[in-house]
Write a protein that binds this ligand. Structure first.
Ligand SMILES: [Fe+2]
Ligand SMILES: [Fe+2]
Length: 482
C-alpha cells in the first residue's frame, strides 16, 4: 500500500467534544490518530502517515506522533467523520493478542507451547490475585447480601489468606520466584509512571455504573409472558437458570464484569453450531447448512466485538473472572454440542433464552446509566466494528430484517451499549427463526434481495433475438458443456 506523510492539526476543544469535524479534516483520510498531551495547548499537531487514495475505499490505520501528548486516539471513519476515542484500554489482554491491536493476524504457536505460555502467565496472575487480594476489591463492589453469600464470603477470605501465606513461604524458601504488583501498561500512564489523569477520570466513571438484578428479572418475566417466548424443556431450563444464577450471584453490582462473562459464554453456541455443521459436512452427511454457517459466523464475530468492548472497559481484569468465564465457556460449548447432536431445536431454544437475557440486561443497564454513559466516548474497538466502512458481516447477522440495514450511531458509550442491545435483539430473532425453521425462508429472501440488487447494478443484457439475456447465457453454457 502506498503511504504518504501528511500533517493534520486538531484543535483540542473539538477533539474533546467528539463532534464531527469531518469537513475540516476529511483530507486526513484514515482510521485513527493518537492524541496524548502532557501540556494542554490550544492545538494539537498530529503527524500522520496516511494512504491518500486507498483510504477512501477502505479504512487505513494511521500512525502518529504529537508534541504534547497523551495517548488519546481519534478515529477517522472512511466517510471523513472524526470521533474521539476512549483514551485507555483497561483489559487484561489490552495491547497484544487482540483484534486491531498488537499480534493481530499472527499464526499461533503449537498447542503445547501456547498452553504452557498461558499457564505461566495466568499462574503469575493467580499468585498476584491472592497476594495483593483482588478478592477484597470484588467483595467491596459486591458485598454479601444474604446468609449464604456471607458464609461463602467468609470462607473465601480464609482461603485467600491461607494461599497468600503459603505463597509467601514458598517464595521465602526459593520454590517460587518473588512476585510484585503488575505494572500499569505504558499506554495508560503519564511520564511519571502513574495512571494518566484522563484515564483515572474514565475509570472513576466506569466504577459508578450500576446494574441491579431485580429489574432485570422483572424484564425477564414480562418477556416470558409474550406469546412468541420459547417454551424450554427441563434440561435447557436447568442450563439456563444455572447460568443466570451464577451471573446474579457472582456479578451483582459488577456490570462490566458481568457483561464480559456473559459475552464469553454467549458466543459459545455459535462455535458449537459451526463445529457441528462442519462435522456434518466433513462426514458427507449434510451440506445444506452452509448459509447457516455464514450467519452463525457473523453472529460470533458480532459477539467477539461485544466481548472486546467489555475487555476494553476492564471486564476481564480479575483472575477469578477469567477463570470462571473461560471454564464456563468450555462447559457450555460441549453442552450445546450435545443439545445440537440430539436436537438442533433444543440448542436454539437455549440460545434464544440466553440472548433474551442479554437484551434484558443491556436494556436495563442503558436505562439505569444513560446520562453517565453519554459523557464517555466509545472504545476504539466499537468504532472499528460499527463505523469501519465494511459492514458486510454486520449486515449478515440481521437475518430477519429488511433493507435498509441498521446503521447505528457510535458517538458515545451510550450509543455503544444501545447498539449492543440492538444486536442482541437481532440474535434473539435469528435464534427464534432457527428454532421454528423460519430461517429457511429468511435465507431464501436474502438471496432474492441480493439477486435483485445485483440485477439493479448490472442488469443482464437483452438479446437481439426473441429470448432474453439470461436464456442466452444458459444456452451458451450448455453448449460449452456439450
Ligand atoms: Fe453479545
Ligand atoms: Fe448475543
Amino acid at each position: 500500500m502506498l503511504l504518504a506523510k501528511q500533517v493534520a492539526v486538531f484543535p483540542a476543544s473539538d477533539v474533546a467534544t467528539g463532534q464531527p469535524i469531518a469537513a475540516r479534516y476529511a483530507r486526513t483520510s484514515g482510521r485513527y490518530l493518537h492524541k496524548r498531551s502532557y501540556s494542554r495547548q490550544s492545538a494539537v499537531p498530529v503527524y500522520a502517515v496516511a494512504s491518500n487514495q486507498a483510504s477512501r475505499e477502505r479504512p487505513v490505520v494511521l500512525t502518529s506522533q504529537d508534541n504534547e501528548g497523551e495517548d488519546c486516539k481519534v478515529f477517522i471513519a472512511p466517510d471523513g467523520s472524526v470521533q474521539e476515542v476512549m483514551c485507555c484500554d483497561y483489559g487484561f489482554r489490552s495491547g497484544f493478542g487482540r483484534l486491531y491491536q498488537g499480534g493481530d493476524g499472527e499464526i499461533p504457536k503449537n498447542f503445547f507451547a501456547l498452553g504452557a505460555d498461558n499457564f505461566r502467565k495466568e499462574f503469575k496472575q493467580l499468585r498476584r490475585s491472592f497476594r495483593f487480594n483482588e478478592y477484597k476489591e470484588i467483595r467491596e463492589q459486591n458485598p454479601p447480601t444474604n446468609p449464604v453469600a456471607r458464609v461463602v464470603s467468609s470462607a473465601n477470605k480464609q482461603i485467600v489468606r491461607g494461599l497468600a501465606t503459603l505463597d509467601h513461604k514458598l517464595e521465602d524458601i526459593g520454590v517460587l520466584p518473588p512476585i510484585k504488583q503488575a505494572p500499569l501498561p505504558e499506554e495508560i500512564t503519564d511520564n511519571d509512571g502513574n495512571l494518566a489523569t484522563d484515564c483515572a477520570d474514565v475509570r472513576e466513571k466506569l466504577r459508578m455504573l450500576r446494574l441491579e438484578n431485580e429489574p432485570v428479572w422483572e424484564r425477564e418475566k414480562r418477556r416470558a409472558a409474550a406469546p412468541e417466548h420459547a417454551k424450554a424443556p427441563f434440561l435447557v431450563q436447568v442450563a439456563y437458570i444455572t447460568l443466570c444464577w451464577v451471573l446474579d450471584f457472582a456479578y451483582n453490582k459488577r456490570p462490566i464484569q458481568r457483561f464480559w462473562f456473559l459475552e464469553v459464554v454467549a458466543r459459545m453456541p455459535y462455535f458449537s453450531y459451526i463445529s457441528m455443521l462442519h462435522l456434518y459436512e466433513s462426514l458427507g452427511w449434510w451440506r445444506a447448512g452452509a448459509e447457516l454457517r455464514r450467519i452463525h459466523f457473523a453472529e460470533e464475530w458480532n459477539e467477539l466485538h461485544h466481548l472486546m468492548i467489555m475487555e476494553s472497559l476492564g471486564g476481564d481484569q480479575y483472575w477469578i473472572d477469567r477463570f470462571a468465564a473461560q471454564h464456563a465457556a468450555v462447559f457450555y460449548y460441549w453442552v450445546i454440542i450435545g443439545f445440537f447432536a440430539f436436537s438442533p431445536q433444543l440448542a436454539y431454544v437455549f440460545s434464544e433464552l440466553v440472548e433474551g437475557h442479554a437484551v434484558d440486561t443491556y436494556e436495563e443497564f442503558v436505562e439505569e446509566n444513560g446520562e453517565l454513559l453519554k459523557t464517555l466516548p466509545p472504545p476504539l474497538v466499537a468504532l472499528e466494528y460499527y463505523k469501519n466502512g465494511d459492514l458486510y458481516l454486520f449486515d449478515e447477522l440481521q437475518t430477519t430484517g429488511t433493507d435498509p440495514k441498521r446503521r447505528p450511531a457510535c458517538n458515545t458509550l451510550y450509543d455503544v451499549f444501545c447498539n449492543i442491545a440492538g444486536d442482541e435483539r437481532e440474535h434473539v430473532k435469528t435464534m427464534r427463526a432457527c428454532r421454528t425453521y423460519e430461517i429457511v425462508s429468511d435465507i431464501a429472501n436474502r438471496k432474492l434481495t441480493r439477486t435483485e440488487k445485483a440485477d439493479a447494478v448490472s442488469p443482464i443484457p437483452q438479446s437481439n433475438g426473441a429470448g432474453n439475456g439470461a436464456q442466452e447465457i444458459k444456452q451458451m453454457d450448455t453448449s460449452q458443456l456439450e
